[in-house]
Design a binder for this molecule. Sequence first.
Ligand code: SAH
Length: 365
Amino acid sequence: MPAELTFAAPRRAKPPRHLADLTPEERDTVVTELGEKPFRAKQIAKHYFGHLESDTAAMTDLPEASREKLGAALLPRLLTPLKHITCDNGMTRKTLWKAFDGVLFESVLMRYPDRITLCVSSQAGCGMNCPFCATGQNGLTRNLSTGEIVDQIVSVSRDLARGEVVGGPGRISNVVFMGMGEPLANYRRVLDSVRRMTDPVPGGLGISQRGVTVSTVGLVPAIEKLIAERLRVRLAVSLHAPDDELRDELVPVNNRWNVAEVLDAAWRYADVTGRRVSIEYALIRDINDQAWRADLLGELLAGNLVHVNLIPLNPTPGSKWTASRPEDEREFVRRLESHGVSVTIRDTRGQEIDGACGQLAAAER
Ligand code: SAH
């Protein structure tokens, strides 16, 4: 019996409409309907995306009498940061957000010498039920709105710009959809959020598409849709096993789209976009880290535009699984390399604050 999967999010109250949910044209319409000049929409968008300002009271180029009305219509408060927790000498910071309906989710900021990456959530919870992932254990609460995804980035960008984060002022260069949720199960909103984060100011935040990574369990029809969008974002596929027998267990959606089908879609993605696909593989001691599985993985990947990210498993509470032995990890790398496959071991940022891969489980706390 395959484990239970949830594709459709439960029906719940919708987050309030926000500027970031709308295209520039839709913003103009909202503003016009309020009896304001359409160019006000662009002014507000410039404040929000360009200056990371969410409070219309501070937008002195708007008529004073209209500020409150415009703020209520376009910039309602979506997210309240409940707490920030840091580790790695302050270079990693996890934020717990509360949405308008009390729903909780997290994002994780990681500073590196050459880049600043924000790992964002696309859903509160997740319906994909992977047994080694903390988020998967509590099921899917709801999809995040486009505004809720974008506002994670805007809020953290504001803290960074104001120098409120250890390491001094900075800008987010990379966004990875590796927080809570399966981004391709919330396709429309995730795609809109990618447009908002990558469109130039004032349409959006102006982050390079090449700096954005969409990570998926492998929802093949949604990967096909993504290919058709002709974006330059990176695709990451959470494979975790090269054989269907084991992947059926580790990534239950494999019962729907198997290893061959998922890799097929991945190669089409690489073909059309010219971008190397990332294969995510959490190394789990004595489960998926055997030398023969490394060889099988190497054979499947060899000759393709691909890079393997090995993630030492972050054990989740109550899990019977743990990370691989160092010698098995080394041998796994060696065998992949012997097939000519490029591979790196992901750093384990945020482990002690439960902010590392697969540890996000805000709803429990
Ligand atoms: N649903 C998406 C994105 C969320 S998780 C996906 O599955 O790709 C981001 C990555 O963390 C995925 O590759 C996921 O498989 C991995 N992951 C989940 N739990 C983990 C854990 N306990 N240890 C290491 N990696 C984990």
